[in-house]
Write a protein that binds this ligand. Structure first.
Ligand code: IMP
Ligand code: MG
Length: 174
């Protein structure tokens, strides 16, 4: 599979996002919320690049593509445990694609009345967006290809690849 982003490129983008968050929340605390399971690797590397008092939590959703391109529904399958009221929340996601997942999670988490709410997405596929939502911190804008590695899966496989690769057309059936 063709490599799109090497582990070194990923590491420097993650370090840069960590520095931005450290600067933006200087003197404050942050709660990092990872979206299971794809964001686990990104969150664990990002957390070590943030020089602040930080805690973690995790949330999980299931998304249904729906029969048509205009369908698409997101269901919460695991909520956060941390009380978020008056906290600085940074939602950590592997990739912002159609935006339906982030849109759902933003509404769900903002309802807890955090002090601030930001989105950190390692990857952004802007060409696929179906709802207007942008991340506050983005590692890379990527083309409309199916990507695997560094947390991203195809049918639960390839999450443990250290770099991000393009899954070939003949390697999956959509
Ligand atoms: P969205 O709701 O369409 O923005 O979907 C985001 C979710 O879709 C991500 O959290 C990923 O789990 C998954 N996803 C989107 N694009 C890719 C990809 O290229 N490879 C693997 N998973 C992807
Ligand atoms: Mg996935």
């Amino acid at each position: 599979m063709e490599v799109l982003l090497t582990r070194d490129q990923i590491a420097s983008a993650v370090a840069s996002i960590g520095q931005q968050i450290t600067r933006d929340f200087a003197g404050e605390t942050v709660v990092l919320i990872g979206v299971l399971k794809g964001a686990c690797l990104f969150l664990s590397d990002l957390a070590r690049e943030i020089q602040l008092d930080a805690t973690f939590d995790f949330i999980a959703v299931r998304s249904y593509a729906g029969g048509t391109m205009s369908g698409g529904e997101v269901q919460l399958i695991k909520d956060v445990i941390t009380p978020l009221r008056d906290k600085n929340v940074v939602l950590v996601e592997d990739i912002l694609d159609t935006g339906l997942t982030m849109n759902f999670l933003r509404k769900h988490l903002v309802a807890h009345q955090p002090r601030s709410f930001k989105i950190a997405a390692l990857l952004d596929k802007p060409s696929r967006r179906r709802t207007p939502i942008e991340a506050d911190y983005v590692g890379f804008k990527v083309p409309d290809k199916f990507l695997v590695g560094y947390g991203l899966d195809y049918d639960e496989r390839y999450r443990n690849l250290p770099d991000i690769r393009i899954l070939g057309e003949d390697e999956h059936v959509v």
